[in-house]
Design a protein around this ligand. Structure first.
Ligand code: ATP
Length: 352
């Protein structure tokens, strides 16, 4: 029985997770999947009230007594340092060793893309999630003086690179995709780039039917705008993967629609919409819950229920086609109305 922790977090995270939960419960019943949901009060409110972000015991319970986490968003203007978001989200990524950051970017509706003449496409991005430029290794010296020096190290281990590259090839193999593209900057960053290139070539040899390709990140940024349909599965380090996946989310319809998964295959998984807590629209009932609902699709795929995942993608298409959406997608529904519409859609889809 999958045990799933719900962490709504802050701002619109609270509103979109409420609707994602509705969809999750409906699908669990329809798929006869026995789930146990636990509610977690982690976020700015708790930090401001108790001065605690997340405890070691909470990390332990999330790690050992849960199979997945569904997170809304973390970030609140009352916590300008964003300390709680760093502790909770980065803490889970590192402590639960969620080394795969997986983001599917699907252009379902060309009219949602800022690209001219966009054709439907799908890019699956695998970003390394535990190393690279985001480990905090480094320091500064003579801080605040004209001679200040700051260092931020780019960490790459053989093990860390190999496991994310393998995850990308495994996915391509299982999903019948024909090409995996490595994104790096190995012409200018030779040490880390060299390790990535060697490991990529070695792992590729094990997957004879899959074509490979390597792009420098600057050229990739141009290509994602010029001819994104050329790409299928993309693998990159932490920093470049972060940038390229935001760009891919934007060219496929924007933040409100994009889901992501942070996974340690065979162990733990954390699902979160790509958007943040959007304090500017929080509490107004206008947040688009489709990114969070799509996370539920990824969650069901993760637990081996592809039909449920397919129904979610079909539901996203249908809601846009009939404009049963929030304002950002041209509709007039509230966040809650979209959630209820979605459950209705699923009930009908399963009864058909
Ligand atoms: P973070 O740093 O946490 O990623 P951010 O401030 O960069 O957060 P978001 O919080 O995602 O980015 O919001 C950016 C803007 O996009 C918001 O001002 C909001 O108007 C819009 N937005 C984000 N998510 C949604 C959504 N689900 N529905 C509607 N609009 C959204």
């Amino acid at each position: 029985m999958p045990r799933i922790a719900l962490i709504p977090g802050d701002g619109i995270g609270i509103e979109v997770v409420r609707e994602a939960r509705r969809v999750l419960e409906c699908l669990a019943a329809r798929e006869s999947l026995d789930i146990e949901l636990t509610d977690w009060d982690l976020g700015a409110e708790r930090f401001l009230r108790d001065g605690v972000t997340i405890t070691d015991e909470e990390f332990r319970v999330l790690d050992e007594e849960h199979d997945a986490v569904l997170l809304g968003a973390l970030g609140d203007p009352r916590v300008p340092t964003n300390q709680h978001a760093k502790d909770i989200l980065l803490g889970m990524r590192f402590r639960l060793d969620l080394y795969v950051n997986y983001r599917p970017s699907t252009l379902l509706f060309p009219e949602l893309s800022p690209l001219r003449d966009a054709k439907p496409f799908r890019i699956d991005i695998f970003r390394e999630n535990t190393e690279g430029e985001y480990t905090g290794i480094g320091g500064s010296f003579k801080t605040g003086t004209p001679d200040e020096i700051a260092l931020e190290e780019n960490v790459a281990t053989r093990k860390g690179v190999e496991r994310i590259v393998r995850a990308a090839f495994d996915f391509a193999h299982k999903q019948g995709r024909s090409r995996v593209t490595l994104v790096d900057k190995s012409n200018a960053m030779r040490h880390v780039g060299g390790l990535w290139r060697r490991v990529f070539a070695e792992v590729a040899e094990e997957y004879s039917g899959i074509e490979t390709d390597a792009m420098y990140v600057d050229a990739m940024a141009m290509d994602l705008v010029r001819r994104p349909e050329r790409y299928e599965v993309v693998v990159a380090g932490n920093l470049f993967g972060d940038i390229v996946s935001d760009l891919a989310a934007e060219v496929t319809g924007g933040l409100g629609m994009a889901p992501s998964a942070n996974v340690h295959p065979g162990k733990n998984a954390l699902f979160e919409p790509v958007h943040g807590s959007a304090p500017d629209i929080a509490g107004q009932g206008v947040a688009n819950p489709l990114g969070a609902i799509r996370c539920v699709g990824l969650l069901f795929e993760h637990f081996g229920h592809p039909t449920a995942a397919r129904h979610i993608e079909d539901g996203v298409r249908a809601s846009f086609a009939s404009r049963d959406t929030t304002q950002d997608l041209g509709g007039t529904l509230t966040t809650e109305e979209v959630g209820r519409w979605f459950v209705d859609y699923l009930e009908k889809a399963y009864s058909a």
